[in-house]
Write a protein that binds this ligand. Structure first.
Ligand SMILES: [Zn+2]
Length: 420
């Protein structure tokens, strides 16, 4: 068994707080939208820290930023560790940046301890994870893993019509390195949970088992417009009340799949809305999530049956389109076990948890063996300037990350390096 290493919690915390000054907001949050001047300054600072830690920094065609610490085996593929430095418009001090700077602390600790790894260790900060400036979210890792073509990504526009390609040029982070085709040994990402479960359970470490399946549906309900004052209730084909009944029944359907199933209707629109006209055309979105694809399929079937029945009863029509379908993404059993093992050996309480949010790790999990480490955040709050994590949890999560990565990368024993 490899000797356990401990990080310097105060050093990691100081780096987090220094980085939080880049794009700091008056209410204690951070605003570093992807490839803005703030993001550039955050990247510059991180790259400088990496060089000071003896790492080689490179940037790929979509702005993903890498810092490499060589291993002793020249043929070994790297273990990649990281997350993202960009934030929401009113973001917090931990979302994303924690995983990047925990990886940096990992390398600093290896340097202090004079530990050489057999495989190289690389840190990554992915471009545009948040999706707040350019949609979709997790764009840099999507291109890296080949799920989004580079050309398509470069053409994405922000709200002002600036393309990703232009933003990369302006920020100085349009790199020369080919974005696709890299061979990785594994990917590890530490992140705040962004939900309330670990805190509620009093657990320090979330051993993330994978990402849940997500399905986005667009529902269009068509009735008939008519006068609000002259049309008796039984004569109406009211698309809004039909939609409301669908929403109510959907909540009941999802309750039968509790607690794993989640449903959100985040957008609803009445076309040509007028307060004295019966709603004829209503569209609304449905966001369905469940850790298992089969359960999500069953849930969607029930949804479609119920919506069709309600539409028939009310004399309206309903169309349901699938806008996005992201299957459940189990993480690599071996890498997940390394996270659990590190937590156990360090003596930190831990539990298995599913990733409710999207993460770059979800893309990576379809590309190479992947695992994540979650730590609690105060009140489960994230995407909020008040986002907070406790220093002891920040330290524990980074130590779990360090020892899991070390187990995967392998410690080179003295003399072996020369032999290799
Ligand atoms: Zn994040």
């Amino acid at each position: 068994m490899t000797k356990l290493l401990r990080i310097k919690g105060t050093r990691l915390w100081a780096s987090l707080m220094e980085m939080a000054q880049v794009g700091a907001t008056p209410r204690g949050g951070v605003r570093r939208l992807a490839l803005t001047d703030e993001d550039r300054r955050g990247r510059d600072l991180f790259a400088q820290w990496c060089r000071e830690a003896g790492m080689t920094v490179s940037v790929d065609e979509v702005g993903n930023l890498f810092a490499r610490r060589e291993g002793t085996d020249p043929d070994a593929a790297p273990v990649l560790v990281g997350s993202h430095l960009d934030t929401q418009p009113e973001g917090g001090r931990f979302d994303g940046v924690y995983g990047v700077l925990a990886a940096l602390e990992l390398v600093r600790t290896l340097n202090d301890a004079g530990v050489a790894t057999r495989k190289p260790v690389e840190i990554v900060s992915w471009t545009n994870e948040e999706g707040a400036r350019f949609t979709p979210a997790m764009l840099g890792s999507a291109v890296f893993t080949g799920s989004t073509p580079l050309g398509e990504a470069l053409g994405k526009c922000d709200a002002d019509g600036v393309t990703l390609a232009q933003a990369l040029e302006q920020s100085g982070y349009r790199g020369a390195r080919a974005v696709t085709g890299r061979v990785l040994d594994a990917y590890f990402e530490a992140h705040i949970e962004q939900g309330p479960i670990l805190e509620a359970h009093g657990t320090t470490i979330g051993v993330v088992s994978g990402g849940q399946a997500i399905r986005w549906l667009d529902v269009r309900v068509s009735g008939m417009a008519a006068h609000a004052g002259t049309t008796p209730m039984p004569y109406r084909k009211d698309a809004l009340f039909a939609s409301a009944q669908m929403a109510g029944e959907l909540e009941q359907i999802v309750a039968r799949y509790a607690p794993a199933a989640l449903v959100t209707i985040g957008q609803i629109n009445i076309a040509n809305a007028s307060r004295n006209t019966i709603a004829a055309n209503v569209t609304f979105s449905v966001d369905l999530r469940h850790p298992e694809d089969a359960q999500l399929d069953a849930l969607e079937r029930e949804l479609r049956t119920a919506f069709a029945r309600i539409a028939a009863e009310r004399g309206v029509s309903v169309e349901i389109d699938t806008d996005w379908n992201s299957p459940a993404t189990p993480f690599d059993a071996g890498c997940v076990a390394l996270v659990a093992q590190a937590a156990a050996q360090l003596g930190y309480s831990h539990e298995s948890i599913i990733s409710g949010a999207g993460h770059d790790a979800i893309h990576l999990a379809r590309y190479c063996p992947t695992a994540m480490v979650f730590i609690p955040c105060v009140d489960g709050l994230s995407h909020n300037e008040a986002e907070e994590a406790l220093p002891e949890d920040v330290t524990c999560g980074a130590e779990v990350l360090l020892n899991a990565v070390l187990a995967r990368a392998g410690v080179a024993v003295a003399g072996q390096a020369a032999a290799a």
